[in-house]
Design a protein around this ligand. Structure first.
Ligand code: ATR
Length: 328
C-alpha cells in the first residue's frame, strides 16, 4: 500500500518501522548485529520508511540506523528529529530547543551518525515554547534549500502551530501518537491536515504494545523499561483497566481470524488515506506479523465496535511532565 507524504512527492509503504525501541526507552538495547539484521529483513519485506531521532539514546538509534543503511541508503525514506536536548523524562529544565542555531547543530550530527548527506523527512521533535515556530521552520527551510533535508515535519504540534508553520514552508507531515486507544487529534488536528495537505505519521499505533496484546497475561514492561517507570497507562491499576479494553480488540481480531496487532494497524490505515504508520518492534516475527495488516479489511461494524474504546482508556499517554511538552 503506497502513500504519499504530504506535498513532498515522497512515497512510502504505509507501514514503516519506528526504530526507537531498538536502542532506547524500552528496556535493554538490542545487540547491534541483531538491530542491523532486523532493519535489513524489514527492507527485504518492503519496509521503506525508517524513523529515528537525535534524542533516542541519545544518538545510539541514529548510529545503529546509519550502520544498517550503509550501502542501502537510497532505497529508503529516512526520518529523524531534533529539538529535545535533554532526556524529556528526566524533568530537567531547558529540555527543548527549537532555535535556528540548534537546528543547524543537530542536523550536522544526525547526518554524520546516519552516514548520509541528506535526510528525507526532518522533524521538529517537540515545539519549543521559547522559540517562535516561524524561526524553527525558517531554519529547516534553509536546510531544504541546501539539499540537507527533503521535507519538513513537526511532531506533536497543535493545529494552530501547524498553520503558522505552513505559512513559512509546506509541512509534509505531522507525527503524533494515534491508535484505537489515542484519538484526540481527530477533532483537533485532522481538519488542519486536510486543509494544508499534510500527512499524519502515526506513532505508537499499537499503544506501545498494549494493543498487540503484549501485556494481557498480567505482565508489565520490565522494571528498566520507561513505560513501567513513567507512563500512566502502564501503572498497575490503569493497566488492568486497559487490559479489559485490549481484550475487546483481541476478541474482534479473533473473530476476523487476524492478530490484534494486525487489526490495530489496519484500523489506523483505514481512518484516512493521508496516514502512514511506524509501529516499533525488536523482533522479526512481530514485524512479519504486523505487515499482515495490509490484507485486513475492516467493516463499518468493526469500526463501530472499536469506536468507544479510546474514551475508556485509563491514564494519560504521558506523565504530567511529558504532557507539558506536547503542544495541544
Ligand atoms: P512505539 O511507537 O512506541 O514503538 P508501538 O508501535 O505502539 O509503540 O508498540 C511497540 C511495542 O509493541 C513494542 O514493545 C513491541 O515489542 P517487541 O519489540 O517485543 O515486538 C510491541 N509489538 C510490536 N509488534 C508486536 C506484535 N506483533 N506482537 C506483540 N507485541 C508487538
Amino acid at each position: 500500500m503506497r502513500r504519499t507524504i504530504g506535498n513532498s512527492g515522497i512515497e512510502v509503504n504505509a507501514i514503516g518501522l519506528g526504530c526507537m525501541g531498538l536502542t532506547a526507552f524500552y528496556g535493554k538495547p538490542v545487540e547491534e548485529q541483531d538491530g542491523i539484521a532486523l532493519i535489513h529483513e524489514a527492507m527485504e519485506r518492503g519496509v521503506d520508511h525508517f524513523d529515528t531521532a537525535e534524542m533516542y539514546g541519545p544518538h545510539t538509534n541514529e548510529t545503529l540506523l546509519g550502520k544498517a543503511l550503509k550501502g542501502r541508503r537510497e532505497k529508503v525514506v529516512l526520518a529523524t528529529k531534533f529539538g529535545i536536548v535533554a532526556p524529556a523524562h528526566t524533568g530537567s529544565k531547558g529540555a527543548l530547543d527549537g532555535s535556528a542555531e540548534n537546528c543547524r547543530r543537530a542536523v550536522e550530527g544526525s547526518l554524520r551518525r546516519l552516514q548520509t548527506d541528506y535526510i528525507d523527512l526532518y522533524y521538529l521533535h517537540r515545539l519549543d515554547p521559547e522559540t517562535p515556530i516561524e524561526e524553527t521552520v525558517g531554519a529547516m527551510a534553509r536546510l531544504v534549500e541546501e539539499g540537507k533535508i527533503r521535507a519538513i515535519g513537526l511532531s506533536e504540534v497543535s493545529a494552530d502551530s501547524l498553520r503558522r508553520a505552513a505559512k513559512v514552508h509546506p509541512i509534509a507531515a505531522v507525527q503524533s501518537e494515534y491508535s484505537i486507544f489515542t484519538r484526540a487529534i481527530e477533532e483537533t488536528l485532522f481538519p488542519a491536515l486536510e486543509e494544508l495537505n499534510t500527512s499524519l505519521v502515526a506513532y505508537s499505533p499499537l499503544g506501545r504494545g498494549m494493543l498487540a496484546g503484549a501485556y494481557q497475561n498480567g505482565t508489565r514492561p520490565e522494571a528498566d523499561d520507561w513505560r513501567s517507570v513513567s507512563l500512566p497507562r502502564f501503572e498497575e491499576e490503569n493497566l488492568n483497566a486497559n487490559r479489559a479494553l485490549a481484550d475487546e480488540v483481541i476478541s474482534l481480531a479473533g473473530q476476523k481470524d487476524v492478530s490484534a496487532s494486525q487489526l490495530a494497524l489496519a484500523w489506523v490505515l483505514a481512518q484516512n488515506e493521508r496516514i502512514v504508520t511506524i509501529p516499533g518492534t525488536t523482533k522479526l516475527a512481530n514485524l512479519i506479523s504486523n505487515l499482515g495488516a495490509y490484507s485486513v479489511d475492516l467493516t463499518g461494524e468493526d469500526l463501530e465496535r472499536l469506536a468507544p474504546l479510546a474514551a475508556k482508556v485509563a491514564g494519560s499517554r504521558y506523565s504530567d511532565f511529558g504532557m507539558k511538552l506536547v503542544d495541544a
